[in-house]
Design a protein around this ligand. Structure first.
Ligand SMILES: [Zn+2]
Ligand SMILES: [Zn+2]
Length: 240
């Protein structure tokens, strides 16, 4: 009914601020997102993890210390301000159509010179979605990361759905019964390769919000064990 009324009025509400517009986002919110996107890319970022550098040169302290273990990648936005509102609109206000906006930014980034220089070499990568939480996907009816990756695919990027979350059987110990350490291990152990997955040599993991980076690390390890030579990641946002 609401949808019908919107169609009748010929207008949609902006997914972030709620004002009426013909597009998914009003001009103002889109301009703010675009500004943050450009600002982040123009700043001095760690060559490996893409975190903004303060006084360090080329690499952040963390990457310098464990260079061999770092899975290199970039997040498009910081998970705060408009960057956070965008993710919230997409994931929690159930604005599936917002996926186009993120696919736009992602495509722009993947085709940019910073992605296709010797470090990134764009064409060889296959985008692989990091699978979301099963329960959330069931409740929402769709998986935000999968929506973005599907959109990338329709723009000509190579993509493959190779990973899945494990189902916990009825006999398994409930997460509530575990201590923090056990929960962390269980969370990391909850990914696996899909049956019959053929793993390409260069995988670009796509995730929504990166926090500690442990999910990316875990998925990268799985893919490498299955034959991937190199794994990178791209997240829609990351916590500062
Ligand atoms: Zn707006
Ligand atoms: Zn770094």
């Amino acid at each position: 009914m609401l949808k019908l009324m919107r169609m009748f009025a010929g207008r949609e509400r902006c997914a972030i601020c709620g004002c009426f517009e013909r597009k998914i986002l009003c001009e103002e919110c889109f301009a703010q997102l675009k500004f943050e996107f450009e600002k982040r890319r123009k700043g001095r970022l760690c060559r490996l993890c893409g975190k903004p550098l303060i006084s360090e040169i080329e690499m952040c302290c963390e990457c310098r210390e464990n260079e061999a273990e770092i899975v290199p990648g970039r997040a498009l936005f910081e998970y705060r301000g408009i960057g956070k509102e965008g993710i919230r609109a997409f994931k929690f206000k159930n604005e599936r159509s917002f996926g186009v906006i993120y696919a736009d930014f992602l495509a722009l980034f993947l085709r940019s010179s910073e992605f296709s220089d010797s470090f990134w070499e764009s064409d060889k990568w296959t985008a692989v979605p990091v699978p979301g939480n099963r329960k959330n996907i069931r409740l929402r009816g769709w998986d935000p990361v999968a929506v973005v990756v599907e959109d990338l695919k329709s723009r000509g990027f190579a993509a493959a759905d190779l990973l899945e979350r494990k189902k916990w059987g009825k006999g398994a110990v409930s997460l509530k019964m575990m201590n923090r350490q056990q929960r962390l291990c269980a969370a990391l152990d909850s990914y696996r390769l899909r049956e019959g997955a053929v793993v390409p040599q260069s995988v670009l993991l796509i995730d929504d919000v990166r926090t500690t980076g442990s999910t990316i690390k875990r998925c990268a390890l799985l893919l490498k064990e299955a034959g991937a030579r190199e794994v990178r990641w791209c997240a829609l946002a990351e916590t500062p």
